[in-house]
Design a protein around this ligand. Structure first.
Ligand code: HAM
Length: 421
């Protein structure tokens, strides 16, 4: 019988074996981040609500409709983080990391919270990997961050990830483009909500998925055609650098993102097998965000990759990335003396780096062998009174069924060698 409680609606939870995969892909990312010189941050899970209002932007769905906001016992308004970028920048500034070498290169991971309508690939508690480089305008930093994400997807064995790339301009060129776009949009046949959006956040209208709106957007002016010379040069350089690195992308002039802070380089990683929730990661520059939250001018770029959707993509592609096994050798002991000896042998195997486990509770041979099969181990290590007298254990290959006697003194080296094949 399960308890009378269930996890709250829309919470994405992981239990083994899927949780082992979840952890392993996170570890694979940690390695990519380390190789590129990014340090780890562990951040607050809730923040002053105004950080997100000012950082992410009042006009976004995330802030206007999806935040988990509550008042604490001291009457302060706090919000469970709906994303990481604003928190990362807040922490970098608070801890004066920007007074050291620039860019500040950091990454973090954990749960984020958005009160969305739950469905496959869209949750209210979900998980991101977030990486940010703060304090440099150099387009090499843009390309470096994109490459880290692309390398990670590749290291997982994903082959169908698409990179959609755009530039959203800067505070010099975007206002004029925005006005131009508004003029265009005001002439269309749109419903009331969309007309309101034209006035507040016209770029978002370009992202409308409804066919009736899409048709009318065919002739809309595009930011790409209205970039100032500096933004154009930046964008061209990023594309050249991606080409140098052998990273394929698709120029996507209609790409806009759901958060307000973006400037210049913006991109999304998309997976064609995931249906409506195909955005498996996204990021871009946010050169004005520091000032928006009361900090000094400090350009930045980074991304957030959705762990939940990445797992779904791995499953959809049938990619063979696997977590390291939790059990490689399983001890089966027959009798009290053997059990005590096995307990120490298992500890020895673990010290030697072999994932080892054993049957507990004085199980008989049949029950213990069933546990061995269930454990997923490649080998069972069987020990009876006779074996102890002979100074050996029986090592059974559980797939092939072959069994050999191995001297107890050689057990660790023999298993290490066999498991490495
Ligand atoms: P975002 O596009 O809002 O960007 O989220 C990044 C990724 O998180 C998405 O591509 C998606 O895979 C995943 N995600 C978002 N919402 C959900 C959800 N409700 N359920 C499951 N997965 C979800 C950001 O959050 C920015 N902070 C990224 C960034 C970092 N930009 C610059 N630096």
């Amino acid at each position: 019988m399960s308890s009378s409680f269930r996890a709250p609606k829309g919470v994405s939870e992981y239990v083994p074996p899927r949780a082992d995969l979840f952890y392993a892909i996170r570890e694979a990312f940690a390695e990519q981040a380390r190789l590129a010189g990014y340090g780890y941050l562990e951040l607050a899970v809730f923040e002053d609500t105004n950080l997100f209002r000012r950082g992410v932007g009042e006009s976004t769905d995330v802030v206007s409709k999806e935040m988990y906001t509550f008042e604490d016992r001291g009457g302060r308004s706090l919000t469970l983080r709906p994303e990481f970028t604003a928190s990362v920048l807040r922490s970098v500034l608070e801890n004066n990391l920007h007074k050291g070498a620039l860019p500040v290169k950091v990454w973090t991971t954990g749960a984020a919270f958005r009160a969305e309508r739950p469905q496959q690939g869209r949750y209210r508690q979900f998980y991101q990997l977030d990486l940010e480089a703060i304090g440099s305008e150099d387009p090499q930093v843009d390309a470096e961050t994109i490459a880290i994400a692309a390398n990670w997807y590749r290291s997982l064995g994903l082959t169908q990830v698409r990179l959609l790339l755009n530039s959203l301009g800067c505070k010099e060129c975007r206002p004029a483009y925005r006005a131009l776009l508004q003029d265009f949009l005001r002439g269309l046949d749109l419903d009331e909500d969309t007309r309101a959006r034209v006035e507040i956040n016209p770029l978002r209208v370009l992202d409308d998925k409804r066919p009736k709106v899409r048709e009318q957007l065919a002739g809309a002016p595009l930011m790409a055609d209205h970039l100032c010379p500096a933004c154009k040069a930046h964008h061209d350089r990023v594309r050249e650098l991606l080409a140098d690195l052998g990273i394929a992308w698709e120029d996507t002039p209609t790409l806009v993102r759901g958060l307000d802070y973006y400037t210049r380089t913006t991109y999304e990683f998309d997976h064609p097998l995931l249906g409506a929730q195909s955005g498996i990661g996204g990021g871009g520059r946010y050169d004005g965000l520091s000032e928006d939250i009361g900090g000094p001018p400090l350009p930045g770029i980074g991304f957030g990759l959705g762990l939940d959707r990445t797992i779904l993509a791995l499953e959809a592609e049938g990619a063979d990335f696997a977590a390291k096994p939790r059990c490689e050798a399983f001890g089966v002991a027959l009798g009290d003396t053997a059990e005590r000896r096995m307990f120490a042998l298992v500890a020895d195997l673990r010290r030697a780096g072999i994932a080892a486990d054993m049957a507990f509770g004085g199980k008989k041979l049949k029950g213990a062998m069933k546990d061995a099969d269930r454990s997923g181990a490649r080998y069972a290590v069987i020990l009876g009174e006779r074996d102890i007298a002979d100074g050996v254990a029986q090592v059974k290959d559980l797939a092939a069924g072959e069994q050999t006697a191995v001297p107890l003194t050689d057990l660790t080296t023999t298993l290490t060698e066999r498991l490495s094949k």
